[in-house]
Design a binder for this molecule. Structure first.
Ligand code: ASP
Ligand code: MG
Length: 405
């Protein structure tokens, strides 16, 4: 019998009514001749509520106790969903992460899955039961409850699908698939039938929030076919798999963007070996993640060094740089918090030249100045002033013909 792992996010199980609706969907899939394992998130808003409760007591909360607390959100939804499935006539059984034995490392609040015991689950499935598993949590080898980081239920679902060798991992959410870009920015954005792991990874890391990045990495590593679907409407969703023939036709699959960017520039940096490391080491020690980096030699034998960071880390990074300048002989440190990143993504880019120039010309025609550029085999990203985000994304979406057919 085909085995499907379905994952329902917080809004999909946000009320008793919705949980009953999910139960109906689960039973339908089972009646079509599949074994079903369901992974659920906490009811929408619940994890945030628990986070604030903890922070009222201590901030940051004790990491171990925080995991004990956060894991309760999912314990509520697994039990309610199992009851709902049973109430509609199908046997079901729920497990917390620790009960399945989803074994993780002992890094509280962002644990990684090490091993999954599939025995209980297979046993229940063979008795005709639906198995409901709590997302986002596991247990370390000392029996401590761990959690996988926000959005971690996606990862639980994919990891279970890999461990159980499921035929498909279906992620039910409040959108009906992966779109060419955010439909809130471009109203004629189109749902993609298929996209490959590599593209989805780029889209996710460039700001598309449909799936947790780690879940996509996991699915790619273990080659688990992933499907993103709506829990509220019927439809095929978007299938995410390894690259195949059908996909090669599309030059560009999507346009991702991120509003949470800021850039920092050191002007007049000495030009000698070791400088880049010298600048970035204290930045990473301060736990600031750096994205794009550009260094360019100026006329006077000094260089200008620019990099981007998450906007939340801007002030922290600026402090680090201002400290640094004292012993680096930098002329000036400047920064800009009003930038965004727009990226074209597509595996079709690999075999086509001229995409960058088309992109740059389209932006120029709208009077949009490009401040930074970075490329990979399947992506071109530009940094522009934040006021051009909507215009830039819309322009590129139409220039590359991504709208509804
Ligand atoms: N409930 C957790 C969160 O809100 C995990 C998840 O929903 O995936 O982050
Ligand atoms: Mg989620």
């Amino acid at each position: 019998m085909p085995l499907i792992v379905q994952k329902y996010g917080g809004t999909s199980v946000g009320s008793v009514e919705r949980i009953m609706a999910v139960a109906k969907k689960v039973i339908l899939a089972k009646s079509q001749g599949n074994d079903i394992v369901v992974v659920v998130s906490a009811m929408s808003g619940e994890t945030n509520r628990l986070v604030s409760l903890a922070k009222e007591i201590s901030d940051p909360p004790n990491a171990r106790e925080f995991d004990v607390l956060l894991s309760t959100g999912e314990q509520v939804t697994i039990s309610l969903l199992s009851m709902a499935i049973a109430a509609q006539g199908c046997p079901a059984c729920s497990y917390t992460g620790g009960q399945v034995r989803i074994l993780t490392d002992n890094v509280h609040n962002k644990a990684r899955i090490v091993d999954i015991d599939d025995q209980k689950i297979h046993g229940d499935l063979s008795q005709g039961k639906v198995v409901v598993v709590a997302g986002f949590q596991g247990v370390d080898d000392n029996g401590n409850i761990t959690t996988l980081g926000r959005g971690g239920s996606d990862t639980t679902a994919v990891a279970l699908a890999a461990a159980l060798k499921a035929d498909e991992c279906q992620i039910y959410t409040d959108v009906d698939g992966v779109y060419t870009t955010d439909p809130r920015v471009v109203s004629d954005a189109r749902r993609l039938e298929q996209i490959c792991f590599e593209e989805m990874l780029e889209m996710a890391s460039l700001g598309s929030k449909v799936l947790q990045i780690r879940a996509v990495e996991f699915a790619s590593k273990y080659n688990v076919p992933l499907r993103v679907l709506s829990s509220f409407e019927d439809g095929p969703g978007t299938l995410i798999t390894i690259e195949n023939k059908k996909m090669e036709k599309a030059l560009i699959s999507g346009i991702a963007f991120s509003r949470d960017e800021a850039k920092l520039t050191l002007l007049g940096v000495e030009d000698r070996p070791g400088i880049a490391a010298h600048i970035l080491a204290p930045i990473s020690e301060a736990n600031v993640e750096v994205d794009m980096i550009i260094q360019n030699k100026g006329v006077d034998n000094t260089t200008d060094f620019t990099f981007t960071v998450h906007r939340n880390d801007y002030l922290k990074a600026l402090d680090v740089l201002n400290e640094l300048t004292k012993d680096l002989g930098v002329r000036e440190v400047i920064g800009d918090e009003r930038i965004v990143k727009i990226s074209l993504v597509g595996v079709g880019m690999r075999s086509h030249a001229g995409i960058a120039s088309t992109m740059f010309k389209a932006l120029a025609d709208e009077g949009i100045n490009i401040q930074m550029i970075s490329t990979s085999e399947i992506k071109i990203s530009v940094v522009v002033n934040e006021k051009y985000l909507e215009l830039g994304v819309r322009t590129l979406h139409s220039v590359f013909g991504l709208e509804e057919a």
